[in-house]
Design a protein around this ligand. Structure first.
Ligand code: ARG
Length: 282
């Protein structure tokens, strides 16, 4: 069931440099001349110069604009009017370290990468999984969390393993890795895409779909707030979350990585994760 793409996705953040080197190598062989030039530059020692040449937009405007999709507890969700969660809190600390204000823009999950690419936002932070395909269009910072794609079914479902999903109706949040993997493995005709994870879960409750594939932590939150649902023991894919940054903004990637490193070293990243996902619930 696990295809090569999934295994690659799982090791990507740990081996980010190797992965990027691999992308560059691939670009050189099968991309347009313009792209080849860009990747040659990245691969050379010009990295430090790039960081200076590509003055990050966030610095000039005094704020760090983050795109997210705030229907993904405990990473991002609304508490009254405010977007809270692990990503919102980590981003606030990163902005503080960069000396700028954080502004969060809520949008559809499928719009985040485009917004990062075009520069209408500085970063995308949305429990976003590092994948080979996404690395072709945007850069990712170092990983700050790990996740697992899981399967939610009704408590009395006959679906007991991933293989039982064959031919069943699967609900997913559009454009997520759950969507991409389910479509790859079980076919377009068996996948129903919803705007929000919770809408997919509502479709499961009402019997429109037979299962939902989604990240483990939101899965726990959605199952806890519905009744008659369970998460299968066998997990579907292991993943790493990282922050998306435009390929034209290496300076910002470096700055965010430096901030993330400090937050890892001083324990504040762990403290935020522990606040939202207490160890005893893991
Ligand atoms: N980790 C999955 C992905 O990157 C799902 C992320 C969905 N995030 C959200 N904020 N809705 O595709």
């Amino acid at each position: 069931m696990k295809n090569i793409k999934k295994i690659l996705a799982a090791v990507l953040a740990g081996a980010m440099l190797i992965a990027c080197a691999a992308c560059d190598a691939k670009d050189k062989t099968d991309s347009t001349p313009a792209e080849s030039t860009a990747s040659t530059e990245t691969a050379s020692t010009a990295t430090a110069d790039n960081a200076v040449a590509q003055a990050p937009k966030y610095a000039s405007e005094g704020k760090l604009v983050m795109a997210t999709n705030a229907s993904f507890p405990p990473y991002e969700y609304y508490e009254e009017e405010k977007i809270v969660g692990i990503d919102a809190e980590v981003a606030a600390l990163i902005a503080e370290k960069l000396g700028v204000e954080l502004e969060i823009k809520d949008m559809e999950f499928g719009s985040i990468i485009g917004a990062v690419q075009t520069g209408s936002v500085d970063i995308g932070m949305a429990g976003m999984t590092v994948t080979e395909d996404r690395l072709k269009t945007i850069d990712f910072t170092d990983s700050y969390a790990t996740a697992v794609q899981v399967v939610i079914v009704k408590e009395d479902s006959e679906i007991a393993s991933i293989d039982d999903l064959q031919g069943k109706k699967i609900g997913v949040q559009e454009s997520t890795t759950g969507d991409i993997y389910a479509t790859d493995d079980f076919g377009e005709e068996n996948v129903s895409r919803y705007n929000k994870g919770n809408d997919a879960v509502a479709a499961l409750v009402s019997g429109v779909v037979d299962a939902v594939i989604i990240d483990n932590e939101p899965a726990k939150a959605f199952v806890a707030s519905a009744s008659g649902l369970k998460i299968l023991d066998s997990s579907y894919a292991d993943e790493d979350y990282a922050i998306a940054v435009s390929k034209d903004n290496k300076g910002l990637t470096d700055a965010v990585n430096a901030a993330l490193k400090e937050l890892k070293e001083d324990g504040s990243l762990d403290a935020i994760i522990e606040k939202y996902i207490p160890s005893e619930d893991k």
